[in-house]
Design a protein around this ligand. Structure first.
Ligand code: BGC
Length: 759
């Protein structure tokens, strides 16, 4: 009897064990993967179509992506929202922070960190688990439609600022997605264009920023781009995702594909793509088919599931976040204003700025309607947009009412009548507004009652379409006439003219920059743009931004400028050239793009070839001046420690951004750029007479160039010339240091990094 009772108890316990479901915890991921059926795995690694049943109405409109939930195993779905400058939602206002270019122009990690932190906080409030940012592609060409989302033409400035942003977001308990990996440098034919470049260029320029970002921040996800890289989709490239990203950079997080439809699913999963977004049912079917016919190994699918579970257990959704849907918009509005002023770049000032409150005539449609951000997935709808007229009025300026009325009427007329393709509205968004033609007579009428004129030149761009040369990089005829006439009329009356550039990327400046008295580059400054511009124009904030990219004299001055679709206009931007040959389109720069300039991107080219530019990389003025002293560079083991003292020797409080540039000896290479940015930093707000010593620590390894033949990084023996200062053409202080031996670094350092032994 006793025996019978015991075996019945065993049977019950065993049965319970067999039928009870394990629930996901952060410690039982292998068990959960084992417990998943093949079908569940195939559903799990493909995003769900959350606008359709059974999900319809459950997620906020504007959400970027959602993963497949498996309640029986305690796996919730997680939510991914765009994008770099704030949370993109259609029905809820969120804060629109300044764009990537402005952030980069601050040369200040704390600006990127604080933006990231605030977006992280808003993510918790809005139920977001992963923000699809930072966008960190290199500004290869001034006309890339998404440049405004990205940081710089330099990988060090890009990578270290992206890391700060990631640390800000992830510190708030929310994931990031460093995107778009890699060599995704144009929007034309973005789904299928082939970026063709050599290995050294890939390593030193186009993957370098991701390497630094992974080193300094460990983003929870990396987004594999849409494009081909040397004939293979990045999402399907084992060499890129496994060998470079995971083995070499030591990346341990999840790789999500950019929002693609069905591609070679087993190849994607084998290469290291873990989550296929936005997700289509045919991708799940394909996975099951390929498992069946042996073209997909279960091990690849299990790896993807493991990575996704590792991500999920870190997310707010898994931890039971209950979104309030009430982000702290008030305090973030203040933050957006403060930080916007940190990255505005004063390009010219003959002493006109800072301004006293005065009577001002504001010209240009964007003086009354600021371009706060660009189009596409990065487009955020803030609760309020501060325009420049509003900002100046609040700062005590009295503005010409006739002009205000005229421009406002024009703006609403043009907004109603602008012709753009409705089908791609969400992506292409707000089109560029043609400038209003203003007669010289009208300008003359305004001069009597005003003390100065302000002209705003605006440029907007976005996802799925690149900018073009004519009437975009080059100014429109109406803009040129406006500049000439306003400067002429106001100068004849002894009055000043200030130009504000409200731009998504460089415009031509060389031909007209002599005309106005002052030029402020305000970029796409976010929702508080008008107030922040007013703060800088009046000296409430001293501008301390420095250009994160070169403004060339002519578009074609840059190496490789001809290898870009600089005048390609399409009526169907997103899928414009999926099959260029079928649509009778040119193939070069659309089906493929040759990066013939190699590593000579931006200032690396202009400085090495001593070519003149309109405004160099790192350029920017201040209302005060700074002196550099006590420059020193020491080699300490496997680190370079560089210090310099910066003193405010002017009469206004200000911050100074500076770079640490290095010219390396050639070693085994035939050529190296004449200088490369290796670190950067910014002082705090220095009062007149006050000094601060900046210290830059750079691993020796980061001075290496990539030897493609030997597939290794190499530092050369010999004397290295270094200089301090942000402007690449204007060393403020110099120093040299020596490396006593050459060194080669193996590409795979994932293990060293994990063991904390990285050199
Ligand atoms: C963009 C990504 C974005 C994704 C989700 C894609 O079209 O390239 O940057 O994160 O959409 O919205």
């Amino acid at each position: 009897m006793k025996k019978l009772f015991l075996s019945a108890a065993c049977f019950i316990l065993l049965g319970a064990g067999l039928y009870s479901q394990p629930k996901l915890t952060k410690d039982n991921i292998p068990l959960i993967v084992k417990a998943m059926t093949a079908e569940e795995k195939a559903l799990f690694v493909v995003g769900v179509q959350f606008e359709k049943e059974p999900y319809a109405g459950k997620y906020l409109r504007g959400t970027g992506g959602v993963t497949y939930p498996i309640p029986r195993l305690g796996i919730p779905s997680i939510v991914m929202m765009d994008g770099p400058v704030g949370i993109r939602l259609y029905d809820y206002p969120t804060t629109c922070f300044p764009g990537g270019l402005l952030t980069a122009a601050s040369w200040d990690r704390s600006v990127a960190f604080r933006i990231g932190q605030a977006i992280g906080e808003e993510s918790i409030d809005m139920g977001n688990d992963v923000i699809l940012a930072p966008g960190m592609n290199i500004l290869r060409n001034p006309l890339n439609g998404r440049n405004f989302e990205y940081f710089s033409e330099d990988p060090v400035l890009t990578g270290l600022l992206a890391a700060a942003y990631v640390n800000g977001v992830q510190g708030a308990g929310v994931g990031t997605s460093a995107k778009h990996f890699a060599a995704n440098n144009q929007e034309t034919n973005r789904l299928d264009g082939d970026s063709r470049l050599d290995t050294r260029t890939l390593r030193e320029i186009y993957t370098k920023a991701f390497e630094l970002c992974v080193r300094d921040s460990d983003p929870w996800t990396v987004m594999a781009s849409y494009n081909y890289l040397n004939g293979e989709y990045t999402q399907e490239s084992y060499d890129l995702l496994q060998k470079i990203l995971r083995d070499d950079f030591g990346y341990r997080g999840l790789v999500v594909t950019d929002w693609t439809g069905k591609r070679n699913t087993p190849k994607q999963l084998h290469a290291g793509s873990d989550l296929l977004m936005g997700g289509r049912p045919e991708q799940t079917e394909h996975i099951l088919e390929c498992l069946e016919n042996g073209t997909l190994k279960m091990a690849d699918l299990d790896r993807a599931c493991t990575k996704l579970l590792e991500l999920i257990v870190k997310t707010p959704a898994f931890k039971g976040n209950k979104p309030s849907l009430k982000p702290d918009l008030d305090s973030h509005t203040k933050l957006a204003r403060e930080l916007a002023a940190d990255g505005m770049v004063l390009l010219k000032n003959d002493g006109t700025l800072p301004l006293q409150a005065a009577r001002a005539a504001l010209f240009g449609v964007h003086s009354y309607h600021i371009i706060h951000g660009g189009n596409g997935s990065a487009r955020v709808s803030p609760p309020h947009l501060a325009s420049l007229d509003e900002g100046l009025a609040a700062a005590g300026f009295s503005l010409n009412e006739d002009l205000r009325k005229l421009y406002k009427e024009y703006d609403s007329f043009i907004s109603r009548n602008l012709d753009f393709n409705q089908k791609v509205k969400v992506l292409v968004g707000v089109p560029q507004k043609p400038e209003l033609e203003i007669s010289r007579k009208l300008i003359e009428e305004t001069v009597k009652d005003n003390d100065l004129a302000v002209i705003t030149i605006g440029r907007i761009s976005g996802e799925a379409r690149d900018r073009i040369l004519d009437r975009d990089f080059l100014l429109q005829d109406a803009e040129i006439r406006l500049l000439r006439d306003v400067c002429d009329v106001y100068h004849s009356a002894g009055k000043k003219v200030v130009v504000v550039l409200n731009i998504c990327g460089p415009v031509e400046t060389a031909s007209w920059k002599g005309l106005p008295d002052a030029i402020l580059c305000a970029w796409l400054p976010g929702e508080e743009g008008g107030n922040a511009i007013a703060d800088v124009l009046t000296g409430k904030a001293n501008p301390s931004g420095r250009l994160p990219m070169t403004f060339p004299v002519n578009y074609f001055d840059a190496a490789g400028a001809e290898n870009f679709p600089y005048n390609f206009v399409s009526d169907r931007p997103n899928e414009s050239a999926a099959h260029p040959e079928r649509r009778g389109m040119p193939m070069k720069d659309i089906a493929w793009t040759d990066y013939t300039e190699g590593i000579y991107v931006g200032y690396r080219y202009f400085c090495s070839k001593e070519k003149s530019v309109s405004y160099p990389f790192g350029y920017g003025l201040s209302y005060t001046s700074f002196d550099y002293s006590k420059a020193s560079v020491k080699v300490k083991g496997n680190r370079i420690v560089a210090t310099v003292t910066v003193t405010n020797n002017g009469s206004a409080a200000g911050k100074e951004a500076t770079g640490f540039y290095v010219k390396a000896p050639l070693g085994t290479f035939n050529d190296k750029p004449s200088l490369e940015l290796r670190e950067f930093g910014k002082t705090g707000l220095l009062q007149p007479g006050e000094s601060q010593t900046l210290t830059f620590t750079v691993p020796v390894r980061q001075l290496a160039s990539f030897n493609s033949a030997g597939s290794r990084w190499e530092t050369a023996k010999g004397t290295y010339e270094a200089f301090f200062g942000a402007d690449a053409t204007k060393p403020e202080a110099r120093a040299t240091f020596k490396l006593s031996s050459a060194k080669a670094y193996p590409v795979s350092r994932a293990c060293e990094k994990r063991a904390g032994k990285e050199e």
